[in-house]
Design a protein around this ligand. Structure first.
Ligand SMILES: Nc1ncnc2c1ncn2[C@@H]1O[C@H](COP(=O)(O)OP(=O)(O)OP(=O)(O)O)[C@@H](O)[C@H]1O
Length: 373
């Protein structure tokens, strides 16, 4: 996947900017609060109209303006050994352009605008932003989201399976909440309903876990190898799937814990209770890793996410790395700089010294104004 050019108008603090990215590395340097992340966020919008910072429409449009426009030329190379597709012209609007309902719309090669969410899958990309450091420190939910989001991008049916699971889980929790109060439904009726919901949870939960296991089997060695190279062997990273059941075992587990769940008034087991443990030298990274080590773990996972996507789909995603070099020692910085030259990568940094000798395209962002460095 490649971004060939991007024009941005009225996006956050960027009134107008033009970017001609390098084949491999494009660096956006500048002081804090100048608009570097805003530009990466604009590129990420090509993946389906969403912000990786969760910004609402009004936040994405430059203050005082009614809408923002992004005009991009993108080009897919679906298999490494094949010719690339014809370049595509993608236009995204956010806000309320004339004669259009408010929202995020995309048009490809001049087609009538459709919801930008429809772009999903057409611009494979992986983003690292400092918020992702919570992958190490944060709750299991964030790590499950990392897995599930990657799987949604890779397998079109995964989202539907996941939604079916969540719907059944919500119904089950509502039933269990009432059953703990013990009032309105006869006991036998509640148990019968619970069994029906458990059948659905077991079917969807097994399918979800199967995908998660397969994905982790691919991702883990890639991430651990990345970490070994990034840290020059200083520590050993490991990834362990804290599964709740062995394949085929969810139905039995749900039956076994049914009475406990009825007493607790909530669901106690299933794929929504699983975790992905991240270890450094056999210790939980969450507790023992330094800031730089945590960053290294997340970066290793993110680079592995891109490589895993390339293995599964044949197409290498674009890498968007926000403020990636801070807190890393010189050896780790140098390794990352080498990796960044492998595929199309966009990186932001407050410190341009690391990039002075790079053969990539270097831009400077100052008060929302982008210029060639
Ligand atoms: N809708 C908007 N209209 C105008 N300015 C905005 C809007 N949204 C955000 N900004 C401004 O954008 C700036 C932040 O830009 P950004 O997050 O890209 O900074 P950055 O260059 O990545 O900084 P850092 O190095 O600190 O991460 C802030 O000054 C903020 O006020």
């Amino acid at each position: 996947m490649r971004l060939l050019s991007l024009e941005v108008a009225n996006y956050r603090n960027i009134a107008a900017a033009q970017l001609e990215p390098g084949r491999e590395l494009t660096v956006i340097c500048g002081n804090n609060g100048q608009g570097k992340t805003n530009l990466l966020e604009a590129i990420w919008l090509l993946t389906g109209g969403k912000s990786f910072r969760g910004g609402k429409d009004a936040e994405l449009v430059r203050r005082g303006e009614t809408f923002a426009v992004l005009e991009a030329v993108t080009q897919r190379t679906r298999q490494e050994d094949q010719e690339p597709d014809e370049p595509a012209n993608v236009r995204i609007t956010v806000g309320t352009p004339d004669a259009q309902r408010p929202g995020r719309y995309a048009s490809v090669n001049g087609s009538p605008p459709k919801r930008a969410a429809g772009l999903a899958g057409s611009f494979p990309a992986v983003v690292f932003d400092p918020g992702h450091l919570s992958l190490v420190k944060g709750a299991p939910e964030g790590r499950r989201r990392f897995l599930d989001a990657a799987l949604c991008q890779l397998y079109p049916g995964y989202l539907a399976t996941y939604r079916r699971y969540v719907r059944a889980l919500q119904q089950k929790n509502a039933l269990l909440r009432h059953s703990a109060g013990g009032t309105e439904r006869p006991w036998a009726e509640k148990c019968a309903l619970l069994e029906v919901l458990n059948v659905e949870l077991a079917a969807q939960g097994e399918a979800i876990q199967k995908r998660r296991r397969e994905y982790l089997a691919l991702l883990t060695p890639l991430a651990c190898a990345n970490y070994a190279e990034l840290s020059h062997g200083a520590e050993r990273m490991a990834v362990r799937y804290a599964a709740q059941f062995e394949p085929g075992g969810l139905s039995a587990l749900l039956k076994q814990r049914q009475n406990e769940e009825l007493r607790a008034g909530q669901s106690l087991c299933g794929i929504h209770r699983e975790d992905v443990e991240l270890l450094l030298d056999d210790q939980p990274a969450k507790v023992f890793a330094s800031q730089g080590q945590q960053r290294s773990v997340v970066l290793s996972l993110k680079m592995a996410e891109a490589a895993a996507a390339a293995r599964i789909t044949g197409e290498h995603p674009v890498l968007l790395l926000d403020d990636v070099l801070s807190e890393l020692d010189e050896g780790r910085k140098q390794y990352l700089l080498t990796r960044m030259k492998e595929k199309q990568t966009f990186v932001t940094s407050c410190d341009d010294t690391a990039f002075l000798k790079t053969d990539g395209e270097v831009y400077r962002m100052n008060g929302g104004v982008l210029s060639k460095a």
